[in-house]
Design a protein around this ligand. Structure first.
Ligand code: NAD
Length: 294
């Protein structure tokens, strides 16, 4: 029987745990975790993401600050806001909703965030600390995968983990995490990307396959071996005449065909996706409480 890795349940449980810890933090130390969110422009998807992060803050008893700027905003305006938040003791986490408009240098903005409030884990200092195995805030989606590995007790030590995709937010950090000499890691890691002549040569070798490419149902049954554990990060909307909406969500893995071969698999939606905001909340809680980071 294939184990379905249910990110919805794990995320809900984790959020409940954070909510309880947040109550204790407030009662014992008078601290409420505070998350500051900067949204520049009118991108509809970004607006939805910011609204759901704000909603999660309210549900867990966090303070949230949302600063909305028009898409004509300057780099200097953004830097000023970040500087104010860096110096505000009620702000424990700073999140810049990406992408930013063209006139703003994304890396310059990310570098302006104090690493002590970098709950997205994108600051170069956080990335460097992750690579050399020092405590840091882990980027939320890879952190979510680690949490699923932990809660489903998936053996990783000495396993061959194949990661497809090398983005800064998923592929690179999860690859760098999986080989660390840590529990829920300590694996042998291969990274595949568009430069690879044949990615399937590697995916067929995977004990654990992590796919983050943004290509609908790229990985089919013939591209995996029996017993593989699959983490499908992709979220794609594809046309579906059988659906009332005319479309449906799918992952980067052809779930229906891979399911019977896998020993465990994340569905889309409801797998890795729900973990991302839960881990953002967790990082913000850690920043507020001063508890040890990963
Ligand atoms: P990205 O576009 O930044 O990077 C995609 C990577 O995949 C690139 O490194 C590219 O080299 C590689 N790639 C693309 N096509 C390939 C192919 N045919 N063969 C091999 N490699 C290929 O994407 P991303 O930000 O990492 O996101 C990937 C997917 O994950 C998207 O569907 C995105 O929506 C989803 N995503 C989900 C969450 C979440 O669940 N919360 C978070 C982030 C991203």
């Amino acid at each position: 029987m294939t184990q379905i890795i249910d990110g919805k349940i794990v995320a809900a449980n984790l959020k409940e745990e954070i909510k309880q810890k947040t109550e204790v933090l407030f009662k014992t130390k008078g601290i409420k975790p505070g998350l500051a969110l900067l949204l520049v422009g009118d991108d509809p998807a970004s607006k939805v993401y910011v609204a759901s992060k704000d909603k999660a803050c309210a549900a867990l008893g966090f303070n949230s600050i949302i600063m909305r700027l028009p898409d004509t905003a300057s780099e200097a305006e953004c830097l000023k806001i970040i500087n104010d938040w860096n110096n505000d003791s009620n702000v424990h986490g700073i999140l810049i909703q990406l992408p930013l408009p063209k006139q703003i240098d994304e890396q310059k903005i990310i570098k302006a965030i104090s690493p002590s409030k970098d709950v997205d884990g994108f600051h170069p200092e956080s990335v460097g600390r992750l690579v050399i195995g020092l405590p840091c805030f882990l980027p939320c989606t890879p952190h979510g995968i680690i949490e699923l590995i932990k809660r489903y007790n998936i053996e990783t030590k000495g396993k061959h983990v194949v990661v497809v995709g090398r983005s800064n937010i998923v592929g690179k950090p999860i690859s760098n995490l999986m080989y660390q000499k840590q529990p829920y890691a300590n694996a042998i890691v291969t990274i595949c990307h568009t430069g690879a002549p044949d990615i399937f040569k590697f995916t067929r070798e995977a004990d654990i396959l992590i796919v983050a490419v943004g290509v609908p149902e790229l990985i089919k049954a013939e591209h995996v071996k029996d017993g593989v554990v699959v983490f499908d990060v992709g979220i794609n909307r594809v046309a579906d005449p059988n659906s009332p909406k005319g479309s449906r969500l799918c992952g980067d893995v052809d779930y229906a065909s891979v399911l019977p071969k896998a020993s465990a698999i994340t569905p889309v939606p409801g797998g890795v996706g729900p973990m991302t905001i839960a881990m953002l909340m967790y990082n913000t809680y850690l920043s507020a409480s001063g508890e040890t980071q990963y």
